[in-house]
Design a protein around this ligand. Structure first.
Ligand code: PMP
Length: 349
């Protein structure tokens, strides 16, 4: 099966260097982390990964969580509360929404990527503290948040900015992610959450922030404190994947170029494909039933694509979601395009 459905953007999940690192870490440190990070669940590998990830992404410090989902729950709840207003993009990932629910903060949901609406919500807030919360690359459509403008709005209104960079790390710029690309890395009021399960090909989550924020998370983020630490194999795999990206800085650009080529060829053939800036390409389908039919036909022809339909799409538009991989060959890209075009139920084939 040709994979255009996973989030293995750089093709590192099965890279022998990464799988060997996972196995070596398990052999050296054990199959599990054995306890909370605060008790027995932190190995030297965890500390190494945190130091290298922070350096790569341009932040003073990092903290590894067991998943990106847990990172988002922990960060939002630990940095807010009933005295805070969360101002969140309507297309944000479910884990950010769930973090907001856990925090019991007031939440204002604003229209997608609408900087003026964010500014309005900041200016008219009823609570003193405010956090603007956004994905960097939106997971279904692959479009980018206006991070520089949002950061400016936050500065003007004394608010913090939380960016979920799950789909940006390893993909944007030379891989250092959205904050680095937008010139926001290391700003004291910017906190980045991410996953180790997409471009890093492993499993786990992480937060990048100032030393002060990381110290606060260690003391208060419940999904950090009361969760078993990330398994050493995942830490070892992520660390090796990170080192591969640092050694091969052209990899992220390759994933983006594959995405652009896929989208262009589908658009040239008349499909409504997005203009990708990261590694996600979305193709509109006329209806939920046709989206499903389309994806099943692709699968039957040996190409796995994502199928997103209401209610899992924020705007009720059904789509195929294709993910570019840096390691797709030109002939694989051609096969994918042919199969997607040939499987389109709307084309009557
Ligand atoms: N944020 C976004 C934008 C995601 O797409 C995902 C994964 N689907 C997550 C957070 C959660 O990350 P993880 O899978 O590591 O829990």
């Amino acid at each position: 099966m040709l994979d255009l459905a996973s989030n293995d953007y750089l093709g590192l999940t099965r890279d022998p260097r990464v799988t060997k690192a996972a196995a070596d870490a398990a052999l050296q440190w054990g199959a599990g982390a054995t306890g909370s990070r605060l008790v027995t669940g932190t190995t030297e590998l965890h500390a190494e990964l945190e130091a290298e990830l922070a350096e790569f992404c341009g932040f003073p410090a990092a903290l590894v969580f067991s998943t990106g989902y847990a990172a988002n729950l922990g960060v939002i709840a630990a940095l807010s509360g009933p005295g805070t207003v969360l101002i969140t993009d309507e297309h944000n990932h479910a884990s950010l929404i769930d973090g907001g629910r856990l925090s019991r903060a007031e939440t204002v949901v604003v229209p997608h990527r609408d900087v003026a609406a964010f500014r309005d919500a900041l200016a008219n807030r009823t609570r003193k503290r405010a956090l603007v919360v956004t994905d960097s690359v939106f997971s279904v459509d692959g479009d980018l948040a206006p991070l520089a403008e949002l950061a400016e709005a936050c500065r003007d209104h004394g608010a913090g900015l939380v960016v979920d960079d799950a789909h940006g790390l390893g993909v944007l710029g030379a891989g250092g992610g959205a904050a680095l690309t937008a010139g926001l890395a290391g700003e004291p009021d910017v906190v980045v959450t991410t996953t180790l399960s997409k471009s890093l090909g492993a499993q786990g989550g992480a937060v990048l922030a100032s030393e002060r924020v990381i110290a606060h998370l260690i003391d208060t983020a419940r999904s950090f404190i009361f969760d078993t630490g990330l398994a050493p194999s995942a830490v070892g795999a992520a660390l090796t994947a990170l080192r591969i990206i640092r050694a091969e800085p052209a990899l992220p650009g390759r994933a983006r170029a594959v995405a652009r080529e896929l989208a262009q060829r589908l658009a040239d053939a008349g499909l409504s494909a997005s203009t990708p800036e990261a590694a996600v390409v979305s193709v509109r389908a006329p209806s939920p039933a046709e989206a499903l039919e389309w994806s099943l036909r692709c699968r039957a022809e040996g190409v796995a694509v994502g199928c997103f339909r209401p209610p899992s799409v924020p705007d009720r538009v059904s789509r195929l979601r294709l993910t570019a991989r840096a390691d797709l060959t030109p002939s694989e890209i051609s096969t994918a395009v042919e199969v997607i075009l040939g499987s389109n139920p709307a084309s009557g084939i």
